[in-house]
Design a protein around this ligand. Structure first.
Ligand code: IMP
Ligand code: MG
Length: 179
């Protein structure tokens, strides 16, 4: 088992890269099937956390996506604070388009609800939610998570894009906070 210390906390390996890639392939297979007849769906990468998941997912698509990025902020440390702000938005017309929101992790769901509202206001044809990881024991929103590569227990993780106070995003495996 590998260990990494970020700031004041130590994390140990939890999901190896090979497993993550397999999980992403399964999600890509499903998206390729479900969106086969949709003309250029727009995949929105929610920065910063999704960058690794997004890049890996895009490489596994056989449909032709359009690429967009959005950046939000809400999280500091290891607890979600519930409030979500839009930092860098999309400046384009989404009317009639199918939008796939690509998130790193769905925890309480506050972020995904906010994002969903943001896109719903723009007369899009369809909105799908796709996440690398979710914590089903914490998620308490009615919104359906359409694609989830992996469900985990209610523990704090880092790596593969996910951070602890801005560190750990570059790690190719996912690590879990030691308890
Ligand atoms: P939510 O709004 O509570 O669903 O939180 C979603 C955001 O919180 C994610 O996009 C992450 O940035 C962050 N987050 C939630 N859980 C974790 C975790 O275990 N590790 C790192 N970041 C997390
Ligand atoms: Mg995030």
């Amino acid at each position: 088992m590998k260990r990494v210390t970020l700031h004041d906390k130590t994390f140990c390996t939890y999901i190896p890269n090979e497993q993550i890639e397999q999980d992403i392939q399964a999600v890509a297979d499903q998206l390729n099937k479900d969106l086969a007849d949709v003309e250029h769906p727009i995949f929105v990468c929610v920065l910063k956390g999704s960058f690794m998941f997004y890049a890996s997912l895009m490489q596994k698509l056989t449909i032709q996506p359009e690429i967009e990025f959005i950046r939000l902020s809400s999280y500091s440390g290891t607890q979600s604070c519930g409030e979500v702000k839009q930092v860098m938005g999309l400046n384009r017309d989404l009317k009639g388009k199918t939008v796939v929101i690509v998130e790193d992790i769905v925890d309480t769901g506050n972020t995904i609800v906010k994002l969903h509202e943001l896109f719903r206001c723009q007369e899009v044809a369809d909105i799908r939610i796709c996440t690398l990881v979710m914590k089903p024991d914490v998620y308490d929103k009615p919104l359906k998570i359409d694609y989830c590569a992996r469900e985990i227990e209610n523990r704090f993780i880092v790596g593969f894009g996910l951070d602890y106070d801005q560190l750990g995003r570059e790690l190719k495996d996912i690590y879990i906070l030691e308890s």
